[in-house]
Design a protein. Structure first.
Length: 333
C-alpha cells in the first residue's frame, strides 16, 4: 500500500475506532436500510434505492430516503421531495437526489450530510411519519445505526486493482464486507461466468454466510423532454450519437448496443458533470442531425438548457432476484 492510500486507510481506522469506543452512532426510532458499496461510483445505487423504495410502498411501509445529495449546492438539511415531486432544483439537490425525487411518488427524499439528523428532520416535519428510512450510499456512514446493510458490487469491475483510494477504487478494505447483510452483484448480465464465480469466492472467504444475489439494469424506454416516450424498438439498427457523465461509461454504451443502436459518436464527461449551453451546442454540432441519447442522471440536468428535439434519455429498471426483495422485508417484519 502506497503512502497516500495508507494515510487514507489510517483516517478510516481512526474514525471507526472513535465511533466504536467514544462516539455512539445515532439510532432512529424506525427501521433503517442502507444501500451502499465498497468501491468508488458506478455500481448502480440510485436505481437500487428507487426499486427498494417502490417495493416498500407496495408492502405497506412508508419509506423515506436519506441522501447526501452529492454535488448539490444546498448544504442545509432539507427536503428534496415531500413525496410529490422535487421541491429543489437539480443544482441544489444534486443529480441523483433530484432523479429519485422525480421518479418516486409518495416517498419523501431528505438531503443532509448527517443522515441521523436528516432522519430526525423527516420524522419531525412530515405529517405522515415514515416507518422506514432508506439510507442512500450509506455503507461508510457509520454515524447512523442501521438494521440492514446492502452492498452493491459491480460485476464488470468488482474491486478494481483491489487497492485503496487514491491508488485504487476501494473505499474500504475488503474485510469491511463482514459488516454487510446482503451483497448484490450488479450488471451481472454483462459479467462473465468466471467473473461472477470469482466475486462469489472472494466474498465467501471474507463473510461465508453472506447472501449474494444477482441483478441487472434493464432498459425500459426512451424519454423525451416533452414527456413523450418511445419504445426501445425505436433504437433497433438506428444510427445515434450518445453522451454521458457517469462513472461507468462502457456499461451505458453496451446497453445502447443491446437495444440495437449503432453508436456513431460518443462524448464522455466526468461523473456528475454540470452541463452548460456551450456543452449542448457542441453536442448538437457533433451529432450532425443524429438522434442524441443520454442517461436519466444526465437528462435531469438539461431541462433549463436549449436541448435538441431529437434528444432522449434511456430509462433503466433495476432488476434483481425476487428472493432478495422477499428476504429484506422478511427480516424487517
Amino acid at each position: 500500500m502506497g503512502l497516500l492510500s495508507a494515510l487514507y486507510h489510517l483516517g478510516l481506522s481512526c474514525r471507526t475506532f472513535g465511533y466504536k469506543h467514544f462516539k455512539k452512532p445515532g439510532r432512529l426510532p424506525v427501521k433503517v436500510i442502507s444501500i451502499g458499496n465498497i468501491t468508488l461510483g458506478g455500481t448502480g445505487k440510485t436505481p437500487a434505492v428507487i426499486r427498494l423504495a417502490e417495493e416498500a410502498v407496495k408492502r405497506g411501509f412508508s419509506p423515506c430516503i436519506l441522501t447526501r445529495g452529492y454535488k448539490g449546492k444546498e448544504k442545509e438539511t432539507c427536503f428534496v421531495s415531500r413525496g410529490d415531486g422535487p421541491v429543489l432544483g437539480v443544482d441544489e439537490a444534486g443529480d441523483e437526489a433530484f432523479l429519485m425525487a422525480g421518479k418516486l411518488k409518495d416517498v419523501p427524499v431528505v438531503k443532509g450530510s448527517k443522515r441521523y439528523e436528516a432522519g430526525l428532520f423527516a420524522l419531525s416535519n412530515l405529517e405522515h411519519k415514515p416507518s422506514l428510512m432508506i439510507l442512500d450510499d450509506g455503507f461508510q456512514h457509520i454515524a447512523l445505526e442501521r438494521d440492514i446493510d446492502v452492498v452493491l458490487i459491480d460485476g464488470t469491475n468488482p474491486f478494481g486493482n483491489e487497492k485503496m483510494f487514491p491508488e485504487g477504487r476501494l473505499r474500504e478494505p475488503l474485510h469491511a464486507l463482514k459488516r454487510a447483510d446482503f451483497v448484490i452483484i450488479t450488471k451481472s448480465d454483462k459479467a462473465e461466468v468466471d467473473a461472477r464465480t470469482y466475486i462469489r469466492d472472494k466474498i465467501k472467504t471474507i463473510n461465508p454466510e453472506l447472501p449474494v444475489y444477482m441483478s441487472s439494469h434493464q432498459p425500459l424506454r426512451l424519454m423525451h423532454m416533452s414527456g413523450e416516450t418511445r419504445e426501445l424498438s425505436y433504437l433497433d439498427n438506428k444510427n445515434i450519437y450518445a453522451f454521458a457523465g457517469i462513472a461507468n461509461i462502457e456499461y451505458f454504451k453496451s446497453t445502447l448496443k443491446q437495444c440495437g443502436a449503432e453508436i456513431k459518436g460518443f462524448n464522455k464527461y466526468r461523473d456528475h458533470h454540470v452541463y452548460s449551453v456551450k456543452d449542448i451546442d457542441k453536442l448538437k454540432q457533433d451529432a450532425a442531425g443524429l438522434d442524441i441519447i443520454t442517461t436519466e442522471k444526465d437528462f435531469v440536468k438539461l431541462k433549463d438548457l436549449n436541448v435538441s428535439d431529437n434528444l432522449f434519455a434511456l430509462s433503466i429498471d433495476f432488476s434483481v432476484d425476487n428472493e432478495f426483495i422477499d428476504s429484506i422485508f422478511r427480516r424487517l417484519a
